[in-house]
Write a protein that binds this ligand. Structure first.
Ligand code: 4AD
Length: 466
């Protein structure tokens, strides 16, 4: 085959070389019958292509053909790399292509429902334009999601999903380096695992079943099965009723479960080191992506400590009380209290990433281990970025009698989970783990305001298509 050049790799060192490129025709600007400019985009990179009539260049037909192209059509271009006299504004690459051959591989319709340049503008650009009386089109969220394949072409979206891929990669690599084994648990299951959260019911060959709300019970059973440390990256299903900025009906769960040797803080140690390594990696290696997101949705980079702050739930309640917010010391924190605590923690400790542990037992799922020194509390934790939850975790009950009574106390019909409870009768070690919402990590690391921005094709209570 011929040699293709990635648009992102075009640079002045390639001057005078002939290259072959493919991309979307982002903008087409006719200058005269003998000249036109074409900006071609491939992922996050764009290059300006110059079409002129001349001995070494193209024909008048080529220039005419170029100006007849519809935006976003896929084009192949053969031409030579040149260095322009003036810096280029409308493209990422600081070279031009003097086009010799132009092919249209596949035409886009001429009435695109979304203009990529409009979809890529920041709120500030709109405000500036409005101030000067210029009319720009804002692209609403529903339109974006309805035509997601177009919306995804913006630099910020291209960057978001690259960052998501890194987060997933670092999760795997870090845990593998800590001797965790990757597993896959069933998504077609007989019952719910996270009491409260609704399930998607389905018919399993005549038996009632549902889509897994989390790998919770099965990842614990993997520990019972002799794997001392496991992790899973997989889809998680929640039949959420509420339409919020941070809940999806399907999301990607990053789960881990491990033997505990002495103390449940061992689980928090893993969370601590994993996330500090992840944030460091993203900041060092995803500069281009973070800048692309910042250009459209400006944000401050995350403040986090070398050693992650751990506060007890009691301490958190005290801080809220001191700030004038009364919360139930044995209840859960609502979204408002979590946000407020996030701000208080930042003011006091200078971090936007922290762990809150020893939650009241009553607000945690039945499988959570009560604190041995005070059973009103539990060996559990939540982890927050910018005042919003990204992780929940805990030590689990590994004693079958206690597990049975905890399930009964939580109103669960123990017959429905008997194979799970029985797993702990054959010799099961103390263990604990945590579950991370992938979309939430990316959303909050980049301070985006809506989880739909970090899900490729989001599923929410109102959206099943596309
Ligand atoms: O807090 P959750 O429900 O905890 C569990 O599923 C436990 N089995 C985890 C464990 O190992 N103890 O979910 C874990 C994480 C949350 O912290 C949140 O980041 C994310 O999953 N999450 C959601 N993300 C998007 N949409 C939803 N509806 C979510 N529900 C939870």
């Amino acid at each position: 085959g011929r040699e293709w050049t990635a648009i992102g790799s075009l640079n002045p060192e390639l001057a005078d070389r002939t290259v072959l490129l493919r991309g979307n025709a982002q903008t087409i600007r006719p200058v005269s019958k003998k000249m036109a400019f074409l900006v071609v985009r491939q992922s996050m990179s764009t290059v300006q292509c110059v079409l002129t009539v001349g001995k070494d260049y193209g024909s008048p037909q080529m220039v005419k053909f170029a100006t007849s192209l519809s935006r976003e059509s896929i084009v192949d271009i053969e031409g030579s790399v040149s260095i322009p006299k003036d810096p280029i504004k409308g493209a990422t690459q600081q070279v031009e292509i003097q086009v010799r051959k132009l092919y249209c591989v596949n035409r886009a319709v001429s009435n695109l429902p979304i203009n990529i340049e409009d979809a890529a503008r920041s709120e500030r650009e709109f405000e500036k334009a409005e101030a000067t009386g210029e009319q720009l089109v804002r692209v609403g969220q529903d339109t974006r999601l309805n035509y997601r394949v177009l919306d995804l072409r913006t630099p910020a979206n291209q960057a978001t999903f690259r960052i998501q891929c890194y987060v997933e990669d670092i999760f795997r690599c870090f845990l593998r380096s800590e001797n965790f084994v990757g597993i896959h648990t069933p998504k077609l299951v007989a019952g719910s695992s996270e009491g409260g959260a609704a399930v998607f019911k389905l018919d399993y060959k005549g038996q009632p079943a549902c889509l897994a709300q989390s790998p919770q019970l099965y990842k614990q059973m993997a520990i019972c099965g002799g794997f001392d440390r496991v992790f899973e990256v997989g889809s998680v299903f929640r039949a959420e009723d509420s339409y919020t900025h941070r809940h999806l009906c399907e999301f990607v769960g990053l789960d881990a479960e491990m033997e505990i040797k002495e103390h449940y803080e061992e689980v928090m140690d893993i969370v601590d080191r994993l996330f500090v390594a992840m944030f460091d990696y993203l900041n060092e290696n995803c500069k281009k992506e973070l800048e692309a997101i910042d250009r459209q949705y400006p944000f401050e980079s995350l403040k986090y400590l070398r050693k992650t702050l751990r506060l007890t739930f009691k301490e958190g309640v005290e801080m809220l009380k001191a700030a004038g917010l009364e919360v139930d010391p044995l209840g859960d924190l609502n979204t408002e209290a979590e946000r407020k605590l996030g701000r208080l923690v930042f003011d006091k400790y200078g971090t936007e990433f922290y762990i809150l542990h020893r939650y009241p037992l009553a607000v945690r799922p039945f499988y959570t281990m009560p604190c041995p020194d005070d059973p009103a509390y539990s060996n559990s934790f939540d982890v927050f970025i910018r005042g919003e939850e990204i992780i929940s975790g805990a030590q689990r009950v590994h004693l079958p009698e206690l597990l049975t009574s905890r399930a009964e106390a939580c109103g669960i019909d123990v017959k429905t989970i008997s194979s799970y409870i029985d797993s702990f009768r054959y010799g099961a070690p103390p263990h604990g783990g945590f579950g991370v919402g992938l979309e939430r990590v990316v959303m909050l690391f980049c301070a985006l305001n809506n989880i739909r921005k970090t899900s490729l094709f989001p599923r929410d209570p109102q959206r099943l298509v596309p």
